[in-house]
Design a protein around this ligand. Structure first.
Ligand code: NDP
Ligand code: HEM
Length: 501
């Protein structure tokens, strides 16, 4: 009954006092051999040099050196919990995915994160928040790797490494650099919508419990008859949206969101989200006023009203942060029958990127770790490799004549649709109202309150007033915001002391 996890303190409390001191197990090496001492290395005489034969000391030092895996290249700082998705409405006309059938309950894991900071960075800084969910369905893992924003900064994965380079530390000074950030944003007008959201107080949520989650991309749903629909996911916080002002965010302790989530779940105050979808009939995509696959755009609610389909509740903390959260591996490519990718170029890039990252960061067999292992049975022809745990069963190749597993092409039939065209490198063809500024302008004009607008202006001005931001860059910043809305640009100009209009 020895503590096998970080719950050691609970174990200690249970076995406390005198019994704890007498009934304790003998320390062992990782090979289970009783250890000779918890404190003293083997030396030649009490003051002499140490011996190479002290395999226990060597194991301890060597294992310690290997306690880390590389941190995630983005979204390094985060925390997570387990929960359950319950579907309350019938959406079988849109998807045959088993986890979305009325009455279904699916165990899940979430990892919330910030994007640009390192593993130990502060939780409350201005940044989008990751909202990555793994659903352990009976058809295998379905991962929805979203953010707390319905949109993103760019629309082509080609720009992702450059975008991230501009947001993280410089290679020369190892400092973050707001001039570099505004340089990238002002040269990438498609960023305006997401930067507007980021600069509102939604860029500094009060906690992970008080923010919405969005699948962000458009995905494909198909029903049992093979009818197709485009879908967007919205997880609306039942705790209510709560944000921090820039000053409040600056004053938060580093691990404020990690602690908040852990403590809420420990005290039984289980956070929940109402799950909604927007559904677009397959054929409407071609002529929709916005490109429905452009990640810098939302589908206005008036066009496609969100439909409530269920509730998602977090009920259990992980027991071992490293094993279950640091080694959690989310992949936008994990779809289950009834769900597939859309042609969103960002999504297409991400389908490759994540499993590649996991093979580097965790290892080729990351899917065999308990947190990533599907609850569904695995019958795969992949085997061996570092840290193999799963046994190959029967024949190890396909086709074979010995009864090995056989794929079922029927299952993903609804995913197929016709595409034709010339191979090009170009931006999306424009739909009627496509424009980089029209949606952030709607946010400014229609959605934000006066207070929200005041904070948006002061947050932008604060950010672009960093000492490294040059006078020329400030002019570009003003132009960028004037393109969103003249009033916004003028107010930013006044705040930054930039003349002219
Ligand atoms: P609606 O008026 O129907 O919806 C506006 C939505 O904006 C709300 O439902 C809410 O979405 C979100 N919102 C409310 N307050 C804020 C805030 N202070 N900061 C950021 N978002 C807020 O209009 P449309 O659907 O036509 O969208 C208008 C604009 O609203 C869009 O251009 C976009 O910038 C923004 N928006 C739209 C969303 C969508 O999916 N249509 C989602 C989020 C923002 P929620 O309940 O998801 O928080
Ligand atoms: C993490 C790549 C866009 C949400 C990551 C990681 C990579 C990556 C390599 C680290 C994975 C790991 O080591 O575990 C990319 C690329 C993108 C992109 C190439 C664009 C082409 C996005 C978008 C969203 C998003 C648009 C949200 C809508 C996340 C989240 C995580 C993450 C939530 C953290 C997952 C976790 O908690 O483990 N991304 N990303 N990313 N990304 Fe992206």
């Amino acid at each position: 009954d020895a503590p096998s996890t970080a719950r050691g303190s609970e174990w200690q409390a249970k076995h406390g006092g005198a019994a704890f001191m007498t009934d304790r197990p003998i320390t062992t090496t990782d090979a289970g051999i009783p250890a000779p001492s918890d404190e003293h290395s083997q030396s030649v005489g009490p003051n002499g040099p140490l011996l190479l034969q002290d395999h226990y000391l060597i194991q301890k030092l060597a294992h310690f050196n290997r306690e880390r895996v590389p941190e995630r290249v983005v979204h390094a700082k985060g925390g997570g919990a387990y929960g359950v998705l319950e579907i309350t409405e019938d959406v079988s006309q849109f998807t045959k995915a088993k986890l979305f059938q009325k009455g279904a309950r699916t165990e899940s894991l979430v990892r919330f994160s910030s994007v640009a900071g390192e593993l130990g960075s502060a939780d409350a800084g201005r940044d989008p928040r990751g909202f990555a969910i793994k659903f352990y369905t009976e058809d295998g893992n379905y991962d929805l790797v979203g953010n707390n924003t319905p949109i993103f900064f760019i629309r082509d994965p080609q720009k992702f490494p450059d975008f991230i380079h501009s947001q993280k530390r410089r290679p020369d000074t190892h400092l973050r650099d707001h001039n570099m950030q505004w340089d990238f944003w002002t040269l990438s007008p498609e960023s305006a919508h997401q930067v507007t959201l980021l600069m509102t107080d939604r860029g500094t949520p009060a906690s992970w419990r008080h923010m919405n989650g969005y699948g962000s991309h458009t995905f494909l749903w198909y029903n049992a008859a093979g009818d197709k629909f485009w879908v967007k996911y919205h997880f609306k916080t039942d705790q209510g949206i709560k944000n921090l002002t820039a000053d409040e965010a600056d004053r938060q302790p580093p691990d404020v969101h990690l602690k908040d989530l852990y403590e809420a779940i420990e005290r039984g105050d289980y956070p929940s989200w109402t799950v909604q979808v927007q559904i677009m009939p397959f054929e409407e995509a071609a002529d929709y006023r916005f490109n429905p696959f452009d990640l810098t755009k939302v589908w206005p609610h008036a066009d496609y009203p969100p439909i409530t389909i269920g509730k998602w509740t977090l009920t259990r903390n992980p027991e071992n942060y490293f094993a279950e959260i640091e080694q959690a591996a989310f992949e936008p490519a994990n779809f289950v029958p009834g769900i597939g990718p859309s042609p969103d170029k960002m999504l297409q890039g991400r389908l490759f990127s994540y499993p590649d990252a996991h093979r580097y960061r965790i290892g080729a067999n990351y899917l065999q770790l308990p947190v990533n292992r599907p609850k569904a049975e695995v019958h795969s022809y992949n085997f061996d490799g570092p840290m193999t745990y799963r046994n190959p069963e029967g024949p190890v190749y396909a086709p074979n004549s010995f009864g090995g597993p056989a794929a079922d092409p029927e299952l993903w039939k609804g995913e197929s649709y016709e595409v034709a065209g010339e191979i090009v490198r170009s931006a999306y063809t424009l739909h009627r109202e496509d424009d980089d500024y029209v949606q952030p302008r709607a946010l400014w004009e229609k959605v934000l309150s006066d207070v929200d607008r005041d904070h948006l202006v002061s947050n932008i001005v604060g950010h672009a007033s960093a000492p490294e931001v040059t006078a020329d860059m400030k002019k570009r910043v003003v132009e960028y915001w004037r393109n969103v809305h003249k009033d916004l640009g003028d107010r930013v100009a006044a705040g930054l002391g930039v003349n002219g209009s």
